[in-house]
Design a protein. Structure first.
Lengths: 341, 341
């Protein structure tokens, strides 16, 4: 941890983003060299083969390992909730954090079922960010602090980290980030979130559009987008993505909000998310669109739209399977199985 | 086990298929009633919610349970291998069975990673079925025996059974079954299997077409298709599907061959596969087409095409997740979380 760069302002983050560590090509090659020797038709484990190689590449380690997966759920509150963008009241953020702590939420069950450690991180819930229709959601220092927090909580001993969130109003924030980064029609980025109706989505799209217009003078790069339209939990996710890269920990992003939180980094450095996979594609309609913009495929499509890192943790099953097969299978020579005739 | 109907000929199977037990609608309703109370936006766990209800429905039990999942891999040899339809020699079937027994195959690693029990069942490997381009692959008694075997091995204490296969030449058999059941172009049902090239696939399509033409006079229903064009491991899978239905065990089918083995049952009784899910969609091109014919969606798409029940076992992770969330989550009332505003 002591080796992590100190972050006090967004310019510190800009500097780190300009100089991220690259892939471990030796580990990648070791993984690729082993695959054709294993007792199966070449390529027949499909994405599992690629996941094993990807883990080795970004763990900077061969063979890859999946014994210590962890999930981080960041929680934050949003001033923009005052605009009536959510189906649930703002106090639900805090109530759900308590639910996480008492083990009653979906993410608790999924972490237990998948053998994933769970860390819940509340970010100043009593002080929502500013309503971004009135100006920037966060100051430079606030945003930098949340990013630094996200960087810090990543444990270098994790074999993968799943990043998720809880925050009433944060699909509005995520949609605004996407509109600012990629343009297009605000209605295409707005979705039902926790369950608003068509009229509500129209209202949400207006709020998103207004937020982007109002903050335009302050926005010169992706980190400005994150600061002006994001929230503390989104900034913390962006920080966790950076921290994981520096600590050689691959990242499993969750759904729309988590991916939107990471997207500003990709806009600043096109390789910034190379160590990230997307656990699942959310039913929140903006997610599919965002994945296209990022050139990323999701690992799962189970029609989920819950957040909390649920989709990311579910995808850990694929990583475990990938590593188990890659590391544990016999070779043709070891098993005395005849090769292709 | 003693309550299982005795099978000595295919007419015994026809009789059972005419009178399969239906769903437990009470268990289904109990599952549906609980979902909206759980601390998440309604429907936000997507397919996991449906899987929990489906398990309860076909386990005839509420709440559903996923503590004892088992996989059955049936192995058989095929006379049609003499027609040069496979990239690997026939002895690989036996060699891979040994690999399963020694723990070196992909399915061993996946079962261990997913906590699934593994049973490998060899069906008379020293005596391949007849080459179906010369006449029926099996006699009525042979096919009935393999079906009865598959029925018998299902343990009523299983919470789900994953059904898979190993048999050099068996994608040719699966393709021939599909062509006989659904018609169309033999080339659309033929695929690379373990890895033959385009010319090989053309040859395979000819073999499939010839097999269907030669056996046409003997084919009057789905069980005739299974007998004339299937193999012992395919018949055993069909038997296991029936046995699981009678024993209240939901089924997770694997890829193209396993689904093709079950398809004749659906042609005899359109509800025969209601207790079956498809673990994944295989890269073997016939699988997607077959799923459309059956009106079934696959749970996963990881670009796999290995067989051995690997895709089915991977999908058990989704079932575990579904049951963990359904049974373990707190309700809004229990957690003191505010409902939709």
């Amino acid at each position: 941890m002591s080796l992590m760069p100190k972050i006090t302002c967004l310019d510190d983050v800009r500097q780190i983003l300009g100089d991220l560590p690259g892939p471990d090509l030796e580990a990648a090659k070791a993984a690729q060299d082993r695959e054709p020797q294993l007792t199966k038709p070449a390529g027949s484990l499909g994405r599992l083969e690629q996941l094993a190689a990807w883990l080795a590449t970004w763990q900077n380690r061969y063979p890859p390992r999946l014994e210590n997966p962890n999930a981080h759920v960041f929680a934050g509150n949003h001033g923009v909730v005052a605009q009536g963008v959510s189906a649930f009241p703002a106090e639900v953020t805090q109530q759900m954090v308590q639910n996480f702590e008492h083990g009653g939420a979906a993410i608790n069950q999924l972490c237990e079922a998948m053998g994933v450690g769970l860390c819940v991180e509340s970010l100043d819930l009593e002080h929502p960010t500013q309503d971004f229709t009135q100006g920037p959601a966060m100051s430079d220092a606030e945003c930098a602090e949340a990013i630094a927090f996200g960087m810090k909580v990543i444990d270098a001993a994790s074999d993968v980290v799943c990043l998720g969130e809880m925050g009433i109003g944060n699909t509005t924030s995520a949609s605004a980030i996407c509109l600012a980064l990629y343009g297009g029609n605000a209605l295409h980025w707005a979705g039902p979130g926790t369950g608003i109706d068509k009229v509500g989505i129209g209202r949400k799209a207006e709020v998103i559009g207004l937020g982007v217009r109002i903050n335009k003078p302050e926005i010169h790069d992706g980190l400005d987008v994150l600061r002006c339209l994001g929230g503390r939990e989104l900034a913390a996710i962006a920080g966790a993505v950076i921290g994981a890269r520096l600590k050689k920990v691959p990242v499993m992003l969750d759904g729309f909000v988590s991916t939107a939180a990471a997207a500003p980094l990709a806009s600043m450095n096109k390789h910034a998310l190379d160590h990230c996979k997307i656990g699942h594609v959310s039913q929140e309609p903006g997610h599919k669109l965002l994945l296209e913009k990022l050139g990323k495929n999701a690992l799962l499509d189970q029609h989920m739209r819950l957040g909390e890192a649920t989709g990311a943790v579910l995808a850990v099953a694929l990583l475990k399977a990938a590593v188990a097969c890659h590391n544990g299978m016999a070779t043709f020579a070891e098993a005395g199985v005849s090769g292709k005739g």
